[in-house]
Design a binder for this molecule. Structure first.
Ligand code: PFF
Length: 444
């Protein structure tokens, strides 16, 4: 499948699982709860769902369209489809932004490995509420542990990408996604039945309109792009491994609804517990790592189940990180800089090194700030709120204006009404929204 340069997915299921695997990861499970937490909950969640369906999904369809048509990596795709034109620069933007995302994604992947290790050695249970907060702070401020864990996570990512993942995603994805889903449903039930859980539900669903502003909107838009893996070419790359005969629109719908479902479920696990157990929803990146062990503690056999859970979370995170690495590797393989195997290790090593400042930004380097943000937050913010929207804008404009209506109609194979909704989104709604929201936040 992805092992050699131009292999193809052997089945449509393989493609959906790979695309859903790329989308569903830290975005839904880690970033959604903490960003919703710091942006007031309900209104942010509503905006996130709207941005996903009205802007993210049509752009996802556009990326699928470009990739399947071009059958090439995200840079060559534009060389092929628009020879002699500068559109390929959008592909290079995607390469740069995806590498930056992976640099901090690897840090959080490392945290998951550290938590998994603690779960296996039964160091996660039996704490007080404050204990979980301390545990997290201890971990993220320990330079040796975070960098070692980040290195291990990047090693796993490279290992999968370099050796090829033929059938691997399909096999793992088939049981992993449903298992993760079932786990979240069970956890949500436990969390919702805690005393005082209702406050968390209100936080998620009763709108507090004072949070309705352009900054919340930008954060929701950024999260929608991050969560759907759009705007950097990941989905162009994956769709390029899809035979031309396979349909893309149903896959795009499936990816979008599953991503929203897992995000809401993650919220229903985290927020009721946050309020019931007396935490604050505005803790930032540590929220999920502090709350989850606390919820498991409330469950019979929790100390064993938490191990299984972190293994599933690791899988979900790896199926996203490999798609991030695959973007750059597939471009460089095509440019014939070296063989896939060697390139994967080199690119992985460079990205790992680039991520070290982010890893240290919670401890030794926490005093270093750029635009009032830690290094980690700055890269996270710039990639999701500037890089991805810009890439998404270019890809949607390309699909909307470079291709003829006849081509896009044929490629997407939608009902007339749905087709015009897609067109309205990529021609007008998405570009106008991205430009207005970004410029407002830049200059306001
Ligand atoms: N969608 C992934 C997540 O939510 O964890 C992150 C991601 C993967 C972003 C691949 C971008 C990408 F190209």
């Amino acid at each position: 499948m992805l092992s050699s340069n131009r292999d193809q997915f052997t089945s449509k299921l393989g493609f959906i699982l790979a695309a859903a695997g790329s989308a569903i990861g830290l975005g839904a499970i880690w970033k959604f709860p903490y960003t919703a937490g710091t942006n007031g909950g309900s209104v942010f969640i509503l905006l996130f769902i709207l941005c996903t369906l009205l802007i993210g999904l049509p752009i996802l369809m556009s990326e699928f369209l470009i990739g399947r048509r071009a059958q090439a990596d995200t840079v060559s795709a534009f060389h092929k489809e628009a020879p002699g034109k500068p559109w390929f620069l959008g592909g290079w933007l995607g390469v740069t932004v995806s590498a930056l995302i992976l640099s901090f994604y690897g840090v959080v992947g490392g945290w998951i490995l550290s938590y998994l290790f603690r779960a296996i050695t039964f160091q996660l249970d039996g704490g007080s509420e404050a204990h979980y907060g301390e545990l997290f702070n201890e971990l993220i401020s320990n330079p040796v542990e975070v960098i070692f864990a980040q290195a291990l996570f990047m090693f796993l990512t490279v290992f999968i990408v370099q050796g090829g993942i033929k059938g691997g995603i399909e096999r793992a994805g088939k049981w992993m996604m449903p298992a993760l889903f079932i786990f979240f449903v069970l956890l949500a039930i436990r969390s919702l039945t805690l005393d005082g859980a209702i406050e968390g539900v209100k936080f998620m669903f009763v709108p507090d309109w004072s949070y309705l502003n352009m900054e919340t909107l930008l954060n929701a838009l950024g999260l929608a792009f991050f969560s759907l893996s759009v705007g950097v070419g990941a989905m162009i790359t994956y769709a390029s491994y899809l035979p031309k005969s396979e349909t893309i629109t149903s896959s795009a719908f499936n990816v979008a609804w599953m991503n929203i479902a897992i995000s809401i479920l993650a919220g229903l696990v985290i927020f009721p517990a946050v309020f019931a157990l007396g935490y604050s929803p505005t803790q930032g990146p540590g929220l999920v790592f502090i709350i989850l062990p606390a919820v498991f503690e409330q469950i019979p056999m929790g100390s064993v189940l938490v191990i299984v859970f972190f293994i599933l979370l690791l899988f979900a995170t790896l199926t996203s990180s490999i798609s991030l690495l695959e973007i750059t590797v597939s471009v460089f393989v095509k440019e014939k800089y070296a063989a896939r195997r060697k390139l994967s290790w080199i690119v992985g090593a460079v990205i790992f090194i680039a991520g070290i400042p982010s890893a240290l930004s919670f401890g030794h380097w926490s005093h270093i700030t750029i635009m009032d943000k830690s290094i980690f937050d700055f890269i996270d913010y710039m990639t999701a709120n500037v890089g991805m929207p810009l890439g998404a804008l270019l890809f949607s404009l390309f699909a909307a204006y470079y291709y003829s209506t006849k081509i896009t109609q044929q490629e997407l194979n939608l009902s007339p009404a749905m087709y015009w909704i897609w067109r309205a989104s990529v021609c007008v709604v998405a570009p106008v929204a991205i430009v207005t929201i970004s410029l407002y936040n830049l200059f306001a």
